[in-house]
Design a protein around this ligand. Structure first.
Ligand code: ZN
Length: 319
């Protein structure tokens, strides 16, 4: 059986949300999008962390409404299709390697402004199935500053409260998009391993969203992982030339530096405007694994990168 993929970041639900009601299904072909269930099957993607993303201008109450609507799209699909799984506990992932289920879905909020600065809202979203949060997007919110803000501020008191409560509830803390001060503070505060769901290596491409060597080393000692992101801007200083080769180069660099236990995929399909050459949509994932095989990576290491590390962290952190 081919090695399956767990992808820890895609914006597919926000693409579906703007369609007509009867088109809002992951199971339908969505050829204008970069991902849908038929192409996930081709790409061997069996676990998808769905980003629950809202724009800065949707902050607060409106963002909360939009987030709940996005989550309901996958809920509706799960209700209709028994081969789809809603992952809310470690037990929901227990049979991943042995079941014939098509897709395991996990909800992760990207930028926590839909919490409206109210810790009780964390509980509300948890009850709705939210199991991970990227604390910020690029702007400042109630928790911390994103990378788009020129500041050296770390977490706010509310941000610290959210991380602590996420640890208690069993939710994965994601530090993609947060500024450096917030990164280091959250890293120190979180009792559980953290992840950076979608970013690449700064040593290979100097984009602000990429991880410095010091950050990569910290992710290793913390036990988490970086999800390799397919954003052409992160992969190659000449984004129009970004390709499958660059994805493999970033994987190889990060594996070399911090080991195969700390590398995963966070494609950002349906969140990126353009795609790398050779990775035009979600169906292309297996070509990355073929390249790693060609480079002499062991099957065990390829399996860790493909899905093992994502499963390890979600099984460890979720209750
Ligand atoms: Zn993002």
């Amino acid at each position: 059986m081919p090695i399956s993929i767990a992808d820890c970041h895609a914006d597919t639900l926000s693409r579906l949300l703007i369609l007509e009601d009867d088109a809002q299904s992951l199971t339908l072909p969505q050829l204008r999008h970069q991902s849908d269930l038929p192409r996930m099957r081709q790409g061997q993607v069996r676990l998808q962390v769905f980003s629950i993303f809202t724009m800065p201008y949707e902050a607060g109450h409106y963002g909360a409404v939009r987030s709940l609507q996005m989550m309901q799209i996958y809920r509706n699909d799960v209700a209709k299709h028994s081969e789809l799984v809603m992952v809310e506990s470690a037990a929901d992932l227990a049979d991943y390697e042995t079941s014939d289920k098509t897709l395991y879905g996990i909800f992760s909020m990207e930028g926590a402004s839909p919490l409206c600065g109210d810790i009780k809202m964390l509980e509300v979203f948890y009850r709705q199935g939210l199991r991970a949060i990227g604390l910020t997007w690029n702007h400042r919110n109630e928790l911390a500053d994103g990378l788009g803000v020129q500041s050296n501020y770390g977490l706010t008191a509310f941000g610290r409260q959210v991380v602590t409560r996420m640890n208690e509830l069993g939710m994965v803390v994601d530090l993609a998009h947060i500024n450096e001060a917030g990164f280091w503070e959250a890293m120190e505060l979180s009792r559980d391993p953290i992840i950076v769901s979608h970013a690449d290596a700064k040593a290979l491409c100097g984009h602000r969203r990429n991880m410095s060597d010091a950050q990569l080393d910290a992710i290793k000692s913390n036990g988490g992982f970086v999800g390799i992101c397919f954003s052409p801007n992160f992969l190659n200083p000449k984004p129009t030339e970004a390709s499958l080769d660059d994805v493999v180069r970033h994987i190889d660099y990060i594996c070399e530096r911090i080991g195969p236990d700390h590398v995963a995929f966070g494609s950002d399909y349906d969140g990126i405007e353009t795609t790398p050459i050779g990775l035009e949509d979600v169906s292309k994932f297996p070509s990355i694994l073929e390249r790693l095989d060609g480079l002499g990576y062991s099957q065990a290491d390829i399996t860790k990168i493909a899905h093992g590390n994502v499963l390890r962290i979600y099984r460890q952190v979720l209750k």
